[in-house]
Design a protein around this ligand. Structure first.
Ligand SMILES: Nc1ncnc2c1ncn2[C@@H]1O[C@H](COP(=O)(O)OP(=O)(O)OP(=O)(O)O)[C@@H](O)[C@H]1O
Ligand SMILES: [Mg+2]
Length: 505
């Protein structure tokens, strides 16, 4: 390599209170390169990047920035040296506006006065957002935005920092295809200007499409670096998990039973109208659509956390009245939300407490929690989902992103739902764990559970669903049998093209 590396990290090690999470890891980034950093959940990717940007202190090793040895004290210092980060955890402040979030900590002011150049900041915000192909009012508060839109703001903020190193830690996790395309265009533009990008993602298709090299970590150890043109999917998976995982989607052989839930002309004042579908016992209904199409809102309405304006819901051929999530849970509905940070988990509590929260009923008799039963359930879930923890007492906050997602799933599996709604169940989850989640879904359907899976990952929708409901701007534009569906047909229905109506029994 004759180009001067933008970043070079050598022999990096790090332990958190005795738990070794990185051992002697090397990494480098060249100008104009998109370099993927891959590994299973908990492999140490985010930690490695937090060490680079001074958020964590390393135990051993050296870091060079453009040939100079450095030791950043914090992210601000790293940014001054030309390194910007899009963190895996969103750092959006809900009660600030889009513009205020964009310029947080680097507000534009008039000379040395504290007077803000508001108009200019707004204009810049609009400019960067439109570069990313999205249209959001810069004056609204961030809490009104979807997770995907918040992620776009986070991305815009990092790009606006105008640096020569950009670290993207799962930037596309909450985005759908259209936004991802816009993001990729921007990345290509930066690449042409010589910016080096570290790209962390569990979406293999993206990695192979966008990256020049891949470095793989496993259990905090450096496994190797490959030039993308000289490697393939199987090799990378093997480097990551240390074994062959076989097919990405397990086979499904489920006999469908009678209708479990039927939603009839369900409408919500602003978000969607006249949505009808049914799911049978043992069936997986995939729900596809673009960001903002109303998929999550439909699910929230079924679960009672949003108020419907009209329409009916039937469970096991009886009409039900779901006024709130409590009613829904009583009727056997489980809901794994897309927003694990806000709704799915109590971050300050331990893995054990999070898993047993919803399961209190099952493990307690007369409201006394049986320690043995709790321990049994929690360790079963940890083992089943292969949650990487130092123990069930570890706080959920300090788990890696993908492992947090597994805890959310474990939390609901314990209630033995009749109907399970999964909103982006594998977002941020590694290939091995994805397959485990798919297998659990299959096991549940074999027991007669009806599953509704909202997902922005088209291969996943096609790989796992028996039927597919496509939503566009609050309307159901298609219900497809799996054998009649492909990516093009779904995308067309999702963007309001031809509707392929096919009534679902
Ligand atoms: N602040 C912390 N305190 C204790 N342990 C931590 C802390 N941060 C990370 N860890 C642990 O370090 C390990 C590596 O975590 P890291 O977040 O780097 O993984 P990752 O590769 O980014 O995974 P993912 O794909 O799930 O995002 C995990 O086992 C995690 O629990
Ligand atoms: Mg991470």
């Amino acid at each position: 390599m004759n180009k001067q590396a933008l970043v070079e990290m050598k022999g990096i090690s790090k332990a958190f209170s005795g738990n070794q999470v990185l051992t002697n890891v090397d990494f480098d980034l060249l100008p104009g390169e998109i370099h993927a950093l891959m590994g299973e959940n908990g492999a140490g990717k985010s930690t490695m990047m937090k060490i680079l940007t001074g958020i964590y202190e390393r135990d051993t090793g050296t870091v060079f920035s453009k040939g100079q040895e450095v030791q950043f004290k914090d992210a601000k210092e790293a940014e001054k040296a030309g390194i910007a980060v899009i963190h895996q955890e969103l750092n959006i402040i809900p009660y600030l506006t889009v513009t205020e979030n964009m310029f947080l900590g680097k507000e534009l002011t008039v000379g040395k006065t504290g007077i803000l150049r508001m108009a200019e900041m707004k204009k810049k915000t609009e400019e960067y957002l439109s570069r990313l192909g999205i249209d959001i009012d810069p004056n609204i508060e961030a809490r009104e935005l979807s997770v995907g839109q918040q992620q776009m703001i986070e991305i815009a903020r990092a790009i606006a920092a105008d640096t020569d190193v950009l670290i993207m830690d799962e930037p596309t996790a909450a985005l759908t295809d259209r936004e991802i395309e816009a993001l990729f265009k921007v990345m290509r533009g930066l690449q042409e200007q010589g910016v080096g990008i570290v790209y962390i993602s569990h979406r293999m298709e993206e990695i192979f499409k966008m990256c020049d090299r891949i470095s793989v970590l496993r259990d905090g150890e450096y496994i190797g670096t490959k030039v993308i043109k000289e490697t393939n999917f199987e090799e990378i998976v093997k480097m990551m998990v240390g074994r062959d995982i076989g097919e990405r989607y397990p086979e499904r052989h489920v006999e469908l039973g009678p209708e479990r839930i039927r939603v009839d002309k369900l409408s919500h004042e602003k978000k969607f109208r006249d949505v009808s579908f049914s799911v049978h016992q043992g069936e997986i209904l995939g729900v596809s659509g673009l960001m903002g199409a109303g998929r999550t809102e439909i699910m929230e309405t079924i679960f009672g956390s949003r108020k419907k304006s009209s329409g009916e819901i039937w469970i096991d051929e009886k009409q039900v009245n779901i006024r709130n999530p409590y009613d829904a849970i009583q009727l056997g509905i489980g809901f794994i939300t897309e927003d694990r940070k806000d709704e799915g988990l109590v971050l300050d509590l331990s893995v054990r407490e999070n898993i047993s929260l919803t399961n209190l009923k099952r493990i307690s008799s007369q409201s006394v929690i049986s320690k043995t039963k709790e321990t049994e359930l929690v360790s079963k879930m940890i083992e089943k989902l292969r949650v990487k923890t130092s123990g069930s007492e570890q706080s959920v906050k300090s788990l890696s992103g993908g492992n947090q997602q597994k805890v959310v799933i474990g939390k609901w599996l314990g209630i033995d739902p009749k109907i399970l709604i999964l909103d982006e169940p594998t977002r941020g989850v590694d290939v091995g764990a994805k397959k485990e989640i798919y297998q659990i879904m299959n096991e549940l359907t074999e027991r007669g559970v009806a599953i509704i899976m909202v997902s922005s990952d088209l291969p996943e929708i096609l790989g796992m669903s028996d039927r597919i409901l496509v939503v566009h701007e609050g309307k159901a534009t298609a219900i497809l049998d799996r054998q009649d569906a492909n990516q093009e047909i779904i995308m067309q229905a999702a963007t309001g093209g031809n509707s392929h109506e096919k009534s679902g029994s």
